[in-house]
Design a protein around this ligand. Structure first.
Ligand code: GDP
Length: 520
């Protein structure tokens, strides 16, 4: 017999969208919400910019820059599924949170602007999903505009990302002549008619005797589909499950063409919550009755009236009940869980119940760190540490007021342990250096130091550097120079911050035996 928990878990689809800014992530998200009747009018999600959904004072940065600093969870029901869509900030100033969010999902959707193909940020985020081996679904967007040829776009997936692309449907024309798509498995044509109307015509019994299908644009699409059938990749569910093949859908988020088809297929093909392996090597099944979860993001001061933080956790097994007691494995502390979650309109809403696959936000007054495991079982349980990412931007940091060292150190240590930025110490001087993957992290850090720790700081930008870890056996402290600064991370491991590729190559040539390691 299938238990209630099993039934609930089966319904969950927890995913994030990876894309480059402007590819259409917000637009397609909005279409998802419209399709599931969460919102009634387009434009609601972007309404964030109007200030209507501003949640706190420190989000001033967000308002000023008109971007989303935080990863929010959108929850909605679609058909029989409960969807948890984790938002990943789309601005080029994205942060480590964006990467960490991908640790909490079971699959990802890649939205690509069909005129631009795979862009830099998509590629970076893809590296994380690839490392995790989770399924990836692709939506080739903006077919209502002239873009690159569909063959070219599918080839690029293979050449640039090193995974197979499997077209689920094939566009018939594009731009002003975007006539629709041919759904390959269903063998039907979905026609893109004026006024956002759609008509589906089955081709199962052959191509209907309609002059439209003799038009060159249709004939070309049909012959390309034929070519794909003969010479293309074959559909392989195992490869899809391992993230080695991505189903590709074509459409236009703006005109809402192909989005519903995509969502319908996505909920069928995307996995329900996966098992999570513990450090002890146990496979924790989502249906295990004991509750377990890990913290993947900590966000400060969402509510201006309380200085609480919110720790976002991904539930890996069991069921959350408001008020339940759990153990934080790292600190050994027993904690009572009260919760809040963020719904699409940005209002805090109390969660009473949630199951494996869901994301909940827990009020936190200093009990959680990124990567913490919490659980209700009696046995020791710990999920692996979340991956850290190679920072690309660096700043030297010091307190403006030397008399306020105590609050400065407290703030730096707390914010670093939350994963707000990475901290390094220069070996030769003992100076602090901050590292980040996006400029925004420094801005948030400065703001929070001042507002939460009353510590004004001075940041001296060092610009982009290439960070490479080295084995401590190979450390020669005299090797440090302005072109390759030797620093230690918070775990005491050594790395060089190279000024540029030239400095990296120069060092490599001089020290061929030293292995230089990059994180993701
Ligand atoms: P995000 O930065 O990825 O969230 O991108 P947005 O969803 O904000 O879209 C960026 C711009 O592209 C906006 O002006 C959208 O209206 C536009 N856009 C999004 N999807 C489409 C589409 O399918 N066709 C066209 N022509 N424009 C689109």
């Amino acid at each position: 017999m299938v238990s209630d928990l099993e039934q609930e878990v089966q319904k969950r689809r927890t995913f994030a969208i990876i894309s480059h800014p402007d590819a259409g992530k917000t637009t397609i998200t909005e279409q998802f919400l419209l399709a599931s009747h969460v919102i009634r009018a387009a434009g609601t999600v972007k309404g964030k910019k109007s200030g209507k959904f501003a949640q706190s004072d420190w989000m001033e940065i967000e308002k000023k820059r008109g971007i989303s600093v935080t990863s929010t969870v959108l929850e909605f029901n679609y058909h029989d599924c409960k969807i948890n869509l984790l938002d990943t900030p789309g601005h080029e100033d994205f942060s480590e949170d964006t990467y960490r969010t991908l640790s909490a999902v079971d699959s990802a959707v890649m939205v690509i602007d069909s005129a631009k193909g795979i862009e830099a940020q998509t590629k970076k985020l893809f590296q994380v999903t690839k490392q995790r081996g989770i399924p990836l679904f692709t939506f080739m967007n903006k077919l209502d505009r002239e873009g690159r040829s569909p063959m070219d776009l599918v080839d690029e997936i293979e050449n640039t990302l090193g995974i197979e692309g499997y077209p689920m449907n094939w566009p018939i024309g594009m731009g002003k002549n975007f006539r629709g798509v041919y759904n390959i498995a269903a063998q039907n044509v979905e026609l893109n008619l004026p006024n956002n109307k759609v008509e589906v015509i089955s081709l199962k019994d052959g191509i209907p005797d309609d002059p439209m299908f003799k038009e060159p644009i249709f004939e070309e699409a049909f012959s390309e589909v034929e070519l794909l059938r003969e010479a293309g990749n074959s559909f392989d569910p195992e490869k899809i499950a391992a993230g080695l093949q991505t189903p590709v859908f074509f459409g236009s988020a703006l005109t809402n063409f192909g989005v519903k088809t995509f969502l319908d297929e996505f909920v069928k093909m995307a996995p329900s919550p996966a098992d999570h392996q513990s450090v002890e090597g146990e496979e924790i099944k989502p249906t295990k009755s004991e509750f377990s979860a890990f913290v993947f993001k900590i966000q400060a001061n969402m509510n201006p009236h309380h200085r609480d933080r919110i720790a976002f956790v991904r539930i890996c097994s069991g069921e959350f009940d408001k008020g339940m007691e759990v153990l934080n494995e790292r600190s050994g502390k027993q904690l009572k869980l009260n919760s809040s979650t963020v719904n699409p309109t940005g209002e805090n809403e109390q969660v009473e119940k949630a199951v494996a696959g869901d994301i909940i936000g827990l009020f936190d007054n200093g009990n959680y760190q990124i990567g913490d495991t919490i659980h209700s079982g009696k046995q020791k349980l710990e999920f692996p540490k979340l991956p850290t990412f190679t920072p690309e931007l660096f700043c030297r940091v010091r307190a403006k007021n030397v008399m306020k060292q105590k609050s400065y150190h407290k703030g730096v240590n707390q914010l670093v342990s939350e994963g707000s930025v990475q901290l390094f110490t220069e070996v030769s001087t003992g100076d602090y250096i901050l590292g980040a993957v996006g400029q925004l992290q420094f801005e948030v850090f400065t703001f929070r130091m001042e507002n939460e720790y009353n510590s004004e700081i001075e940041l001296v930008p060092m610009g982009q550097r290439i960070a490479r870890w080295i084995d401590s056996d190979n450390v020669d402290e005299h090797d440090s120079s302005s072109r390759n600064i030797l620093v230690k991370d918070i775990y005491g491991e050594y790395l060089f911050l190279f000024e540029n590729n030239f400095a990296l190559r120069w060092y490599n040539d001089k020290h061929p035996d030293v292995k230089l390691v990059e994180k993701i």
